[in-house]
Design a protein around this ligand. Structure first.
Ligand code: CP
Length: 320
């Protein structure tokens, strides 16, 4: 693996999932692999899980991890080629990225979308420029359109729970839109859709209100319905996530509380496990009763972030 930006960087999803689960069983088995190597974690946006799980994963492999909150502590970066830097940006990525590449063996970066201009966000300029100029492998810690470490974690979590159920058929996995008070990126929903479709080991249904269609680049292969009740019927896993509009970009049209998942709605499912990437707005996106009840596997899911990151770092360190 050269970089980890999307599912397209993974040759065998199940093999990567098994590698992650082997680390969950034995976290320190490759402790010598990363000794003498450094991983840099660059954040242009906030994080709890991604930051700490990647640091723990690197430490489990013997690596030194250094976190840099670029947005708060670094120079304001310019990403546009040919920019006349007479405004607020102080350092071009062409100059900063190779310097960072000389300090680290792997660089990781989190860059959220601006949600103002869809073409700009979906061009993934920031992470592309980083890869172009840094000269070392890059891991996405969530980019403008995708969150691959989260999605790998999600498949790991579905795999380990489904295995326990000892059922032969494919699980029915439902991604449901949920209300939120802010316009959020489509990254987690895009990425989850992309990974589940590429994985091919689930009956996958996406449900959202009208006008919340995601890009077909990521959803092709899933069944899509605007009827949440219909989607939830017999579901084995329900992934809850808000996203803002894609077509009329970055808007909130509807915040219908009826879309919040409740225990009553879960009666339609096959005793479904409930997932969310966190952070979650309680009693807006997901009810207390669901989050604190027996259906929720969100803490297990967040815990698995370590093993996903460890499997990816291992794959990069051992690639030629
Ligand atoms: N799920 C997730 O990426 O969490 P953080 O934003 O806290 O890293």
């Amino acid at each position: 693996m050269q970089n980890f930006i999307s599912v397209n960087d993974v040759s065998n999803i199940n093999a990567l999932v098994e590698k992650a689960l082997a680390y969950k069983a034995n976290p320190f088995k490759d402790k010598a692999l990363g000794v003498g190597k450094r991983i840099g974690l660059l954040f242009l946006n906030p994080s709890l899980r991604t930051r700490l799980s990647t640091q723990v994963a690197a430490a489990n492999l013997g690596m030194d991890a250094i976190v840099f909150n670029v947005d708060k502590e670094g120079w304001a970066l310019e990403f546009e080629e040919g920019a006349i830097m007479s405004g607020n940006t102080v350092e071009h990525i062409k100059d900063a990225a190779p310097v960072l590449g000389s300090y680290f063996d792997i660089l990781c970066i989190r860059t959220f979308p601006g949600l103002q201009n869809r073409t700009d966000d979906y061009s993934e300029l920031y992470i592309s420029q980083f890869i172009k100029y840094c000269g070392v492998p890059v891991i996405s810690l969530e980019s403008a359109t995708l969150h691959p470490l989260q999605s790998l974690t999600d498949i790991i979590t579905i795999t380990e729970n489904w295995r326990q159920s000892i059922t032969i058929r494919k699980p029915k996995v439902v991604l449901t839109w949920a209300p939120h008070v802010k316009a959020l990126p489509q990254c987690v929903a895009n990425s989850f859709s992309q990974w589940v479709n590429a994985w091919g080991e689930a009956d996958f249904v996406i449900t959202h209100p009208e006008d919340y269609e995601l890009s077909t680049e990521f959803t092709n292969g899933a069944a899509i319905t605007t009827h949440q009740d219909e989607a939830l019927k017999d579901a084995d896993f329900v992934y809850v996530k808000n996203w803002s509009t894609y077509t009329d970009y970055g808007k909130i049209y509807e915040n219908d509380p009826e879309w919040m998942l409740t225990d009553e709605k879960l009666k339609l499912t096959n005793n479904a496990r409930v997932m969310h990437c966190l952070p979650v707005r309680r009693n807006v996106e997901l009810s207390d009763e669901v989050l604190d009840g027996t259906h929720s596997i969100v803490t297990q899911q967040a815990g698995n972030r370590v093993w996903a990151a460890q499997a990816v770092i291992h794959s990069i360190l051992t690639s030629k």
